[in-house]
Structures are given as structure tokens and as C-alpha cells.
Design a protein around this ligand. Structure first.
Ligand SMILES: [Zn+2]
Length: 220
């Protein structure tokens, strides 16, 4: 089974480190920075053989070079990201787009093109494992900002994510839940479901706890 570790970095970023104990492979998803990610991997004795980037923003790719350099003597690190943004991510080794597959060990991830936050944004969907890495496209209680695309594109992205099985773990790249929920309440002040969830979110944030999907522990 895949293990997924959450690494909080910068102000509100989450880097996700995924490990397959059968193949021994480890993937870092959207490493904003290198050192904290390398430290978590080293603690566990993991070698980061791949990086998967969802889009070009620096708080998703800033750790690419540092991790690759650190792994140079340990078998190297293959960096995958959206071909449509290759000009903006010079560190990419492998370019992907809609329908392509990447893998960690025997676990396949299908690439979904989900433009809107950025023009070439992709998500990585591991259907058999019930996992999707959505970068800055979908967050708890909200979607990403429209920097390079349209609301229609983002709406289509939401429809695609909504069509995934209900038990899919959605790993997003920022702790934005509280501000998303506050906005949702201004739009729908009578919505009890939002208000109830915000009670829980506010309580968690007051204690400094994350409000995104929990990391995934290996089955023992
Ligand atoms: Zn972004």
C-alpha cells in the first residue's frame, strides 16, 4: 500500500511525499522547497526518485533543483510536469498531458489536464489507490484562483473531480480551508452544512491543526 506523508512548508503550503513499500520508490509532489522534504525522506530512509509537479508556480517547483542535486549520488531523480508549461519549468525531465500515465512502483497515476489556475495545470489521479493530487485546482471548501484560465474551465475541472469515486482522497497544496469557508458563508449565509463544517475547521485551526485530507499510513 502507498504511504502519503504531509509536509507543511512556507506559510501555508503542503508538500506530499508518497512512498511505495513494495518497490521502495518515493515521489515528492509539488516540492515548494527542498530541505524540509529531504529531511522527512532521510528520517524514513527513503530516496526521492521522482518529483511530480502540477504547475509552474514557484511554491510548487522551488525544491526541484535542490532535491535533484541531493539525489544525484543516490540514483537520480526524474522530474515530471505539465508539457504545456515546460518553458516555465526548466527543470522538467519528462513532459506529460491529458491521459498520460506516470507510476510509482506498480501504482499508475493518470494525468488530468485541469487548466484555469494556470494554463497547463495537471492533476495526478491514482484510480486504483483512490488518490488524486490536485495542486492548486481544488482545495477543501474552495477552488484555486483563476490566474490564467476562465471560470468555465474551472467549473469543468470541478465536474471532473466530482465524478471521481466519493472515497477518493484529494491532496491539495495549501491550507486555505478557513478562508474558503468564510467566503462560502458570505455567499450562502443560510447554509447549515457550511456553518457546521466551519465550526470544526475554526476549532482545528485554533489548535494549529491541518484541515485537509489526512496523510495515509501504510497497512501493517
Ligand atoms: Zn499556484
Amino acid at each position: 500500500m502507498l504511504e502519503v506523508v504531509r509536509i507543511p512548508v512556507l506559510n501555508d503550503n503542503y508538500v506530499w511525499l508518497m512512498h511505495d513499500d513494495v518497490s521502495g520508490e518515493t515521489v515528492a509532489v509539488d516540492p515548494a522547497v527542498a530541505d524540509p522534504v529531504l529531511a522527512v525522506a532521510a528520517e524514513r530512509g527513503w530516496v526521492i526518485g521522482q518529483i511530480w509537479n502540477t504547475h509552474w508556480h514557484g511554491d510548487h517547483t522551488g525544491g526541484n533543483v535542490g532535491i535533484k542535486e541531493a539525489m544525484a549520488a543516490k540514483g537520480g531523480c526524474l522530474i515530471t510536469g505539465p508539457g504545456a508549461e515546460a518553458a516555465k519549468i526548466p527543470t522538467l525531465d519528462r513532459l506529460v498531458g491529458e491521459g498520460d500515465y506516470v507510476a510509482i512502483g506498480a501504482h499508475a497515476a493518470q494525468v488530468m489536464a485541469v487548466p484555469a489556475h494556470t494554463a497547463g495545470h495537471v492533476a495526478y489521479h491514482l484510480a486504483d489507490d483512490g488518490i488524486v493530487f490536485v495542486g492548486d485546482t481544488l482545495f477543501a471548501m474552495g477552488c484555486g484562483r483563476l490566474f490564467e484560465g476562465t471560470a468555465t474551465q474551472m467549473f469543468d475541472n470541478m465536474a471532473r473531480f466530482a465524478s471521481l469515486p466519493g472515497d477518493t482522497a484529494v491532496y491539495c497544496a495549501h491550507e486555505y480551508t478557513q478562508s474558503n469557508g468564510r467566503f462560502a458563508l458570505t455567499a450562502e449565509p443560510e447554509n447549515r452544512a457550511i456553518a457546521n463544517r466551519m465550526d470544526a475547521v475554526d476549532a482545528d485551526r485554533a489548535r494549529g491543526l491541518p484541515t485537509v485530507v489526512a496523510p495515509r499510513a501504510p497497512r501493517r
